[in-house]
Design a protein around this ligand. Structure first.
Ligand code: NAD
Length: 294
């Protein structure tokens, strides 16, 4: 069993670290927030006084932080404190440019590194069923796969450095666009006098079928577990969807990719957040489409 340093014990990090503890690993954790430290401690994580203290004895380090700037801000200290050859696994969702910088810094310090963002949300983090999209060398992946396993339902090695982040950003751009498409169809159907259940029954087995419709339907009724049945409580908050759409647009601008619908989806979620709905589940966008952003 390994000793794992875990930095960032928030909504996702604490339950992920808890699953590493359950698998028999020794997990040394750090978070800036006392409440997050307490929650992780209750799951068996040994809380350390700093990030550097959490990684100095570790065989591997997992970071689960809000954004690229947070990862780059802590990495230098962590790389200095860790033993040579330590495997760094960054599971935060971050921009491609910061991800590549992080890989470069790790390599310069003689460490192995994987970018390994996840999908599956807080529920998947607690259940240990997250999908991990992994970028990095074969050697780093061979070392990291077994460590990731207790937190994962599925692990996909997507390619070299930053391929995991690229997969995450592209997947979530599809998700943001498809949720808007499904919502527009339900609102148009309503105005045409079509019942939501009838539209669901047709589209869920026809060419309009997609995850936003069949697993996460934005109207109450057809998919009983979707957030629409729980007053649009997240789930996956609109502010996180907006974050990922912004990442897709900065990546698209860097490489000159035409993502017209991705850009429009970003604008739609930006207006939704601006109207105070950032904490609403992202499927709540249907209410803005139906009534405007008030
Ligand atoms: P969160 O805000 O709950 O947790 C982030 C934690 O990092 C916070 O507890 C914060 O105190 C801590 N932190 C920030 N700077 C730090 C530092 N310098 N040292 C130590 N700790 C520090 O966020 P989350 O929901 O757990 O998400 C984490 C990452 O996972 C994000 O990149 C997010 O986009 C991604 N993600 C989230 C979800 C989700 O459903 N919440 C799903 C998939 C991916």
């Amino acid at each position: 069993m390994a000793t794992i340093g875990f930095i960032g014990l928030g909504n996702m990090g604490a339950p992920m670290a808890g699953n590493l503890v359950k698998a028999g690993h020794r997990v040394l954790g750090f978070d800036l927030s006392p409440a997050c430290r307490d929650a992780a401690s209750a799951l068996g994580v040994e809380i350390m006084p700093s990030g550097a203290a959490a990684v100095s004895e570790a065989d591997a380090v997992v970071t689960m932080l809000p954004a690229g700037k947070h990862v780059l801000a802590v990495l230098e200290d962590l790389l200095t404190a860790a033993k040579p050859g330590t495997l760094f696994i960054d599971s935060s969702t971050i921009d491609i440019a910061s991800c590549r910088l992080a890989h470069g810094q790790a390599a310069k310090a003689g460490m192995l590194m994987l970018d390994a963002p996840v999908s599956g949300g807080v529920g998947g983090a607690a259940a240990g069923t997250l999908t991990f999209m992994v970028g990095g060398s074969e050697a780093a992946f061979a070392k990291g796969q077994a460590l990731i396993q207790p937190m994962a339902g599925r692990i996909v090695h997507c390619g070299d450095a930053s391929a995991g982040q690229a997969a995450k950003i592209c997947n979530n751009m599809i998700l943001g666009i498809s949720m808007i498409a499904v919502s527009e169809a339900f609102v148009l159907g309503e105005k045409l006098g079509l019942s939501p259940q009838a539209l669901f029954d047709v589209a869920s087995t026809s060419s309009g079928q997609c995850w936003s419709l069949t697993s996460y339907c934005p109207v109450p009724g057809p998919v009983p577990k979707s957030p629409a049945n729980n007053d649009y409580k997240p789930g996956f908050a609109a502010s996180l969807m907006l974050k990922d759409l912004r990442l897709s647009q900065s990546a698209a601008a860097e490489v000159g990719a035409l993502t017209a619908l991705g850009k429009h989806a970003e604008e739609i979620y930006s207006a939704f957040e601006g109207a105070g709905h950032g904490d609403t589940d992202f499927s709540g966008i249907i209410n803005a489409i139906r009534h405007g952003n008030d």
